[in-house]
Ligand binder design. Structure first.
Ligand SMILES: NC(=O)c1ccc[n+]([C@@H]2O[C@H](COP(=O)([O-])OP(=O)(O)OC[C@H]3O[C@@H](n4cnc5c(N)ncnc54)[C@H](O)[C@@H]3O)[C@@H](O)[C@H]2O)c1
Length: 319
């Protein structure tokens, strides 16, 4: 299959591109390198440094590549920046998304896989675990912009028959994650503890998140190549983990016991979330495989190596 992966120089989609290449697919990567790194791009992929908002450039890439599948992960994914600059957030996430969807329709793409967000989409849920049909109540511009693209996919399916799969992630973690952004708490704590910096916890450490390891996310994107047509899926472990538990785990793995600095919560942060992932089990045949303990060990190992200036090969580090 010919697959165009957007955001493939970033954390999640670079692993997905690796997996698609390994399965024998022909993969092209589109990324403007605003946050991603060129060295994350699999050498077997054709690489286009371009902005998803650039109509001409995107059309040229589609004309040249003629992809069967688009896997769209490029995004403005810094929640804080979205709060400060909602217009920019919408330009990249909404208009960039529409630009790709239009190009996909114009060039006969068969399937559009879209990375949505669960944590930033459902708002503060009153029911746990949260299923896909739970009302969407984003409390940040990022949550709005990420969710809006799902409406376009639904509508373009009706208008033009573009097939899609939405994978709404919990908090993804693993090698290559940047310590900036939506959900980088493993990366942040690992980098800080290894550098001898006191970590900061926003709140009292009891905030609950649902973490999913990168290889599980990759497996969902592989399943989405031929299953789950025109459906939305929560993709996460379904396990509730507090900020304090993450810090304790990372402390343990780096052989330290550093006390964090507790500071007030930031606006836009929900108290707790945990996802119902049974639909993905049923229709995608997907299930989270990696425990928090195992994923945390692989992640901290990666940051230890990075701190020594010797980045190990992450795809190989996962299982
Ligand atoms: N990390 C998480 O826990 C998480 C949770 C839910 C959803 N997501 C979604 O998954 C996707 C990937 O997230 P990630 O954690 O890998 O982030 P990331 O920042 O590592 O990757 C995003 C990539 O998109 C690229 N990009 C940004 N703006 C672009 C533009 N205008 N044109 C072209 N490329 C552009 C960046 O350079 C980067 O390489 C995003 O869509 C994000 O919203 C991530």
């Amino acid at each position: 299959m010919k697959i165009l992966v957007t955001g493939g120089a970033g954390f999640i989609a670079s692993h997905i591109a690796d997996a698609y290449v390994k399965l024998g697919h022909e993969v092209a990567v589109l990324d403007d390198l605003s946050r991603g790194k060129r060295e994350n791009v699999n050498p077997k992929c054709r690489f286009y440094q371009s902005d998803i908002r650039d109509r001409d450039a995107v059309n040229q890439i589609f004309l040249k590549e003629k992809p069967d599948v688009v896997n769209h992960h490029a995004a403005q994914m810094d929640v804080r920046r979205g709060v400060r600059e909602p217009l920019f957030d919408a330009q990249v996430n909404v208009l960039g998304g529409i630009n790709l969807i239009e190009a996909a329709v114009a060039n006969g793409v068969k399937r559009f896989i879209y990375a949505g967000t669960a944590g930033a989409g459902y708002g503060e849920p009153h029911q746990m675990p949260v299923p896909e049909d739970y009302p969407i109540n984003p409390i940040t511009p990022y949550g709005i912009s990420k969710h809006t693209v799902e409406h376009y996919l639904f509508t373009f399916r009706f208008l033009y028959g573009l097939g899609y799969v939405v994978v709404r992630y919990g908090n993804v973690y693993g090698p290559r994650q940047s310590s900036q952004g939506e959900a980088g708490v493993f990366a942040i704590f690992a980098e800080q503890l290894l550098a001898g910096i006191q970590p900061v916890i926003y709140g009292d450490g009891t905030k609950i998140r649902d973490y999913v390891y990168i290889s599980d996310v990759v497996a969902a994107n592989v399943a989405a190549l031929d299953r789950g047509s025109n459906e939305i899926f929560n993709i996460s472990s379904g396990v509730q983990t507090t900020d304090q538990e993450v810090l304790d785990l990372v402390n343990h793995l780096v052989g330290k016991s550093v006390e964090p600095k507790y500071v007030p919560r930031r606006p836009g942060e929900i108290d707790r979330i945990c996802l119902d992932v049974s639909k993905a089990e049923r229709l995608l045949g997907w299930k989270s495989q990696v425990s928090l303990a195992e994923g945390a060990r692989c992640t901290v190992d990666y940051f230890k190596q990075a701190a020594c200036g010797k980045e190990q090969s992450p795809a190989r580090a996962t299982r």
